[in-house]
Write a protein that binds this ligand. Structure first.
Ligand code: ACO
Length: 446
């Protein structure tokens, strides 16, 4: 018969109807853990010990598959139902109706801006798009074929050296100023990285263009003319893609932003760390990999061969599967519509037919059905970017531009959350026990 452990005087007794009773079979003791918002506190397990000098029980969760690291009021995802909401608003209601900068404001400030707030926000974002001339020189130092994402990761970190005031992260006015700078400058850095990689002169931002149109202008305007009108269809499509990528709760890059930020590092180096996490092929690099995979498949007839390779565990179907979505990613449906609008302007990207065939075959195959593998946002975004004329190397950069809003919203929420401390996971040590170095060291110059 288990013996109830004495209550921990530092923890309020849980409501019995909202609690979990745990019996430690090693000691036959019973513990009551409070359930709050569908979770038990991992630190509550520490009281479960076999002796007074036992450290207490840890929870083991490699890759954070079942661990909530924060309370957040920014983005809600129901992965089984395929639901994504920003600050409570369903993504389907916002995408295409609200501009990216309105959504950026919503994520960072909690509500859509009033007319006056929007004017003020647009003014600040527009007037911070320029980068210091030394940033340009810094970027000039990269090798001619440097990957634009590598350039972006480094340049974001370099911005830290230009704005030492950013270290004062507890000052709300200075925090807001760095937010303006980062949202405003990331398209400029992205476009400069692209121009550098093709050996063309940088194009400065134009204050009379909207956020997406200005980015297109910095990317594509010939340097010998000031007359360049970005296509409104492409600007609108890009702006909608920005909205779809603006936040996605505690993903790998956002967790990096929060983790680095928890040491009170300034937001530029935090954003650089987040962008580095986004660079990986399992995260923001996936859209690039999707296009490479579709190019390799080459035609619809080769789809079954690729599916066989995936099922044999030889490779992954890029753009499929998600840690959270176990049904269709709602963003993927919207990207399909955006792709059609881009094709109407630029012509159809032939890779779309291979992608559609791949989706059809995969979604009727037991391997994918059993594992709940559906297209994610990256499955169609790369094809769309390609149809818009963006080179493959730029795809993760195009993801990073709008995700900056999510990173900053999450970073600020973390800074203001009194429950947060420096992020510092525990480990289960599985190395050798204490041993002693008794061998005679080889004599070498030091
Ligand atoms: N192709 C083939 N099999 C897959 C794929 C895939 N894309 N994704 C998962 N699986 C299989 C795994 O092999 C595993 O099978 P098993 O149970 O027989 O071993 C099972 O599905 C579960 O996979 P996990 O790797 O445990 O799933 P996890 O949640 O860790 O991974 C991830 C999620 C990384 C996104 C994965 O699905 C993947 O690698 N997808 C391809 C890359 C991609 O598209 N990334 C973009 C994600 S969205 C974003 O970052 C915006």
């Amino acid at each position: 018969m288990p013996v109830r452990a004495p209550a921990d005087a530092t923890v309020p007794s849980p409501d019995p109807k909202r609690s979990l009773t745990v019996t430690d079979q090693r000691t036959q003791r019973e513990y009551i853990l409070a359930i709050e918002d569908g979770a038990v506190r991992a630190t509550g397990l520490r009281q479960i010990r076999t002796s007074p000098d036992d450290f207490g029980l840890l929870s083991y969760d490699p890759a954070f598959q079942n661990t909530a690291s924060c309370r957040s009021a920014i983005t809600f995802i129901d992965g089984d139902a395929g639901i994504l909401r920003y600050r409570g608003y369903p993504i389907e209601e916002i995408a295409g109706r609200r501009t990216y900068l309105e959504v950026s404001y919503l994520l960072i400030h909690g509500d859509f801006p009033t007319r006056t707030e929007l004017d003020d926000w647009l003014h600040h974002i527009t007037h911070h798009t320029m980068v210091h001339e030394n940033v340009k020189k810094f970027m000039d130092g990269f090798h001619h074929d440097a990957h634009p994402m590598g350039m972006m990761v480094s340049t974001l970190a370099a911005l830290s050296t230009f704005y030492p005031e950013a270290k004062q992260i507890q000052d709300s006015v200075l925090r807001e100023r760095q937010i303006h700078r980062l949202v405003a400058k990331i398209p400029t850095i992205a476009a400069f990285a692209y121009r550098h990689s093709i050996g063309m002169a940088y194009i400065y931002p134009s204050n009379d263009l909207g956020y997406a149109a200005n980015f297109l202008s910095m990317m594509y305007r010939p340097s010998w003319t000031t007359g360049y009108d970005p296509s409104p269809v492409l600007a609108k499509a890009l702006d909608t893609l920005f909205v779809l990528h603006a936040d996605h709760e505690q993903n790998c890059s956002t967790s990096a932003m929060r983790t680095v930020g928890s040491s009170y590092a300034d937001p530029y180096v935090c954003a650089s760390a987040a962008a580095a996490a986004l660079y990986g092929p399992l995260h923001g690099g996936a859209n690039e990999q999707v296009v490479r995979m579709l190019q390799e498949i080459g035609s619809k007839e080769n789809v079954p061969k690729l599916i066989r390779q995936v099922k044999a565990g030889k490779r992954r179907l890029m753009g499929f599967g998600h840690r959270v979505y176990k049904s269709y990613d709602p963003r993927a449906r919207i990207v399909q519509k955006v792709a059609e609008s881009v094709f109407s302007e630029m012509g159809r990207n032939p890779l779309i037919d291979i992608a559609l065939e791949l989706e059809k075959v995969a979604l009727s195959d037991d391997y994918f059905i059993k594992r709940h593998l559906y297209p994610n946002v990256d499955f169609y975004s790369g094809i769309t970017y390609q149809a818009m004329g963006f080179p493959t190397d730029m795809f993760p950069v195009l993801f990073a531009i709008p995700r900056m809003s999510g990173w900053l919203a999450q970073w600020q929420e973390m800074i203001l959350d009194e429950e947060q401390k420096i992020a510092r996971p525990r480990q289960l040590y599985v190395g050798p026990p204490e041993r002693h170095d008794t061998a005679k060291p080889a004599s070498r110059p030091v």
